[in-house]
Design a protein around this ligand. Structure first.
Ligand code: TMP
Ligand code: MG
Length: 340
């Protein structure tokens, strides 16, 4: 591991280990991913570690956070939407690309405000949802769409899911992509998900023949990602609120609010600033909202694996937890939610 100094307020570890599964090594001369740590990182990390496994909740954005920005076959990795569009007729792909060309620059613009972006994103989602319904695609298409997709998990993500499953730590995958697609991706890339992994995302609606006929009324866009609005009525919400500490990982400014409404004490935010150009233009914006920023499509590890290792070690040292109260309280809500 190489140490580089990027300024007085931040420092960076050059992360050489681009151990992304099945991806080619980075081209010679490509800039190395760097990790920038904010002033609150060490204290928040300390609190997360001290809280141990019983107080932890992991929240992941999906597209280009759990997955890489660069696809395993080169070029941009596919998002959930790209995955289903890729095998539809050419005219559909062209219309989706045209929409992407108009709306994606709005999503990632550093100049436009969240207030401006919010309704614009809703228009994008409405148009794309209608386009996908028009194709008459089926649930059965999804499996093949994912099998053919240019998509890979970011190094460290599969290990974190396995670790969370071992320790019964809840994981929320909070995505403005498509829940049905991301669940199939994870099924193919890591296998069946632990029951405490919840997907909060846009949901496809299929008819009795398995044909896509619409989407669930609650639309999640990149700027409506807060826990209160998106999952406040979910049966597992009480269980999540009872967890004191969240470690959140995302790749866009809208991901920084994913834990809002959970009322937890500590939210440690990790941001992936994937695009090389953005790493220059948006570093100040990202370091202002994320406690750690990993640039250039770098791996989640060693940051994530060492954090989880330390959380586990702290739990092993801690005395046994107090017994769960028989009635009332957050713990009772969590148990009731699990029993459903
Ligand atoms: P995420 O919340 O899991 O990152 O997923 C949302 C991403 O999906 C966001 O970056 C925009 C992207 N997207 C597309 O690639 N195509 C689309 O048609 C739409 C609506 C979103
Ligand atoms: Mg994303």
């Amino acid at each position: 591991m190489e140490l580089a100094i990027f300024g007085a307020a931040t420092f960076a570890f050059a992360l050489r280990a681009r151990a992304r599964a099945s991806a080619a090594p980075p081209p010679k001369g490509a800039p190395a991913p760097a990790l920038h740590l904010g002033k609150d990182f060490a204290e928040k990390r300390r609190r997360v570690v001290e809280g141990g496994v019983d107080n932890l909740h992991l929240i992941f954005d999906f597209d280009r956070t759990m997955t890489t920005y660069e696809g395993p076959r080169g070029g941009r990795g596919a998002t959930c939407h790209h995955i289903v569009e890729a095998r539809r007729p050419r005219s559909v792909r062209e219309r989706a690309e045209a929409l992407n060309g108009v709306f994606y620059p709005v999503e990632i613009s550093a100049r436009l405000s969240r207030e401006f972006k919010l309704p614009v994103m809703e228009v994008w989602y409405a148009l794309v949802n209608d386009l996908l319904v028009e194709t008459g695609m089926t649930r059965a298409d999804l499996e093949e769409d994912v099998r053919e997709a240019n998509v890979a998990l970011r190094a460290g993500v599969a290990g974190a899911l396995a670790w969370a499953a071992r320790h019964d730590v809840p994981v929320t995958i909070f995505s403005a992509g498509i829940g049905d697609v991301l669940a199939e991706c994870l099924r193919q890339l890591v296998g069946p998900l632990h029951p405490r992994v919840r997907v909060v995302s846009n949901e496809m609606r299929f008819d009795a023949r398995g044909v896509l006929v619409g989407f669930a009324p609650r639309v999640i866009t990149p700027f409506t990602k807060n826990a209160r609005d998106a999952m406040g009525d979910a049966p597992f919400f009480g269980e999540l609120c009872a967890r004191r500490n969240v470690v959140l990982l995302g790749d866009g400014p809208g991901d920084a609010t994913m834990a809002d409404g959970l009322g937890c004490e500590t939210v440690l935010r990790v941001g992936f600033l994937n695009d090389a150009g953005a790493a220059l233009r948006q570093l100040a914006e990202f370091t202002a909202i994320f406690d750690a920023v990993i640039t250039h499509d770098g791996p989640a590890d060693p940051l994530l694996s060492t954090l989880l290792r330390d959380v586990e070690a702290a739990s092993a040292r801690a005395p046994a937890p107090a017994p769960v109260p028989a009635v009332g309280g957050a713990a009772a809500v969590a148990i009731a939610a699990d029993a459903r």
